[in-house]
Design a protein around this ligand. Structure first.
Ligand code: ADE
Length: 256
């Protein structure tokens, strides 16, 4: 066994609980793990730091054409995923995978870093990916499915959103990101957007790196970065800035 394999083996033995598990329901199983397989998340998947199960919704269809959708009651464009088919798929997913059932939809609660952290702290998630116009409302109600949106725009389906959600969660899992300190410093983790970064060369096309960064004075660097993060957040995201100020003011009033 190589040193690398021994480390992996040790990590697997030391871990008592099963890894964070994504159970994906989709009519495009070939879209998974997709880009995740080529990145940090792919390596973590190989190392069993998380697990991915993919169920093809078509396997739960009842007719010989394997249809999963039908025309909407009340008329209108597009097709709707059938409740009986999605129900059977969700039942199978719940029997296999832990965590809340989430339907990826532009109608859902916005996926924030706070929600990503909440999901990463749990055992996993069941991710229902819709295509067509959507999923019959009754099956979402019956299974207590939560809806989550990646942003205020419409994707062609839930699959790219599920991949985005998994990417955001997996990088927070223990052992996935090499430098454990970095997630705490990045955008959103402290309620602020990130400060600007610079590397060599110190002068590039007549643009110099801010002098404080080459001063070697750690406290001054820290203060400069904090100031920059605040400036950028105030300029670009007044919504986050208002939140940050509120939290900061409330924090100041609190007993230590
Ligand atoms: N499916 C289609 N658009 C979506 C979005 N913005 N977020 C999550 N799922 C989606």
């Amino acid at each position: 066994m190589s040193a690398d394999e021994a480390t992996r083996d040790g990590a697997a033995t030391a871990r008592r609980k099963p890894p964070w598990t994504a159970t994906v329901l989709t009519i495009f199983p070939e879209m998974f793990p997709g880009h995740l397989g080529a990145s940090l998340a792919g390596k973590a998947l190989e190392r069993d730091l998380w697990a991915l199960r993919v169920l093809d919704i078509r396997d739960f269809a009842r007719d010989k054409h394997r249809s999963v959708d039908d025309a909407p009651f009340g008329g209108g464009a597009g097709m709707v995923m059938r409740p009986d088919v999605v129900d059977a798929a969700l039942e199978a997913a719940k029997a296999q995978g832990p965590g809340p059932a989430i339907y990826l939809s532009p109608r859902g609660r916005l996926l924030t870093q706070a929600l990503v952290r909440e999901l990463a702290a749990g055992p996993g998630a069941i991710l229902l990916c819709g295509r067509y116009e959507g999923v019959d409302e009754r099956v979402l109600e019956a299974h207590g499915v939560a809806e989550v949106s990646l942003g205020d725009y419409v994707l062609s389906g839930g699959e790219p959103a599920a991949l985005g959600l998994m990417d955001a969660v997996v990088r927070l899992l223990p052992g996935v990101v090499g430098n454990e300190a970095s997630p705490a410093e990045e955008s959103f983790e402290r309620g602020l957007l990130e400060y600007p970064h610079y590397t060599r060369p110190a002068a590039w096309r007549g643009r110099k790196v801010p002098q404080v960064l080459t001063s070697g004075h750690h406290e001054k660097v820290r203060r400069w970065r904090q100031g920059q993060a605040e400036r950028i957040t105030e300029e670009r995201r007044p919504d986050l800035w208002a939140h940050y100020l509120k939290d900061r003011d409330e924090g100041e009033g609190r007993e230590p």
